[in-house]
Ligand binder design. Sequence first.
Ligand code: NAP
Length: 268
Amino acid sequence: MRFAILSRSDNKSEVIKSRVKQYLTDFSLEYDEEKPELVISVGGDGTFLEAFHTYKHRLKDTAFIGVHTGHLGFYADWVPEEVEKLIIEIAKKPFEVVEYPLLDIKIHPVDSEQYQQFVALNEVSVKSIDSTVAMDVHIKGAHFERFRGDGLCVSTPSGSTAYNKALGGAILHPSLNALQITEMASINNRVYRTIGSPLILPKHHVCELLPLYHDRSMLITVDHNTEEYANIDRIECRVSDEKIRFARFRAFPFWKRVHDSFISDERT
Ligand code: NAP
């Protein structure tokens, strides 16, 4: 099997990276950064996002696993003390794969049919640079609301524990093929009105965000990458046809990860 390792580049992560690389090579696995079948991320969830975006062009052929060198992560759920155990598991048997939904994002410019396409593991967020964002929100092709406020966030189920959670969104189990829209400080008065609650959409419902003022620049962040855009006709978000594949060598249920990350990682 071919594998690659992506590290956060701090000392601890680099030491673990070279240990894992050495042991797996000793077990006759091939280190291949071009076409890995297994990508091991060593760091935190931020490092895992980097790993995902480095190999998002080959999702069908690559599975991911995360070792955390900070606090417990959602994607990075193996601790450094378990690395030997993990190496033996990787070396000795074909792994089970668990798939989580992703978000497909298309940014359509005003004067052209050519759009830019992105895939997110956590979310896309849309904010303005210097004033409130004004956007019409369409769901399944129909106008739903006119939003004014700091911005909107559209997240995946596994991203629901990240920015979405800080915005008051629900935590969604990743077996649900859905996306979630959350508001950032919407203006609500007699003139402007939004739903004010997070919305959860199934796979076949497309959400479109249509900026009202095309000349105003906006900041669009896909996971950890932010770009400035102007002259956007619409941002189309839907559950992607592709999924991320996690290599699973032991059971670590999602709700246990939620508990250990946000409530307590001490055994009761
Ligand atoms: P960062 O600002 O350095 O770190 C953001 C934090 O989010 C880190 O603690 C990271 O964990 C954690 N995180 C990432 N994905 C997560 C997930 N799926 N569930 C729970 N926690 C998660 O930025 P970054 O490391 O490049 O990560 C980008 C992410 O930051 C974005 O995708 C967005 O979700 C999140 N973010 C959150 C807020 C907020 O909560 N107010 C604001 C902006 C962005 P690690 O420490 O393990 O890396």
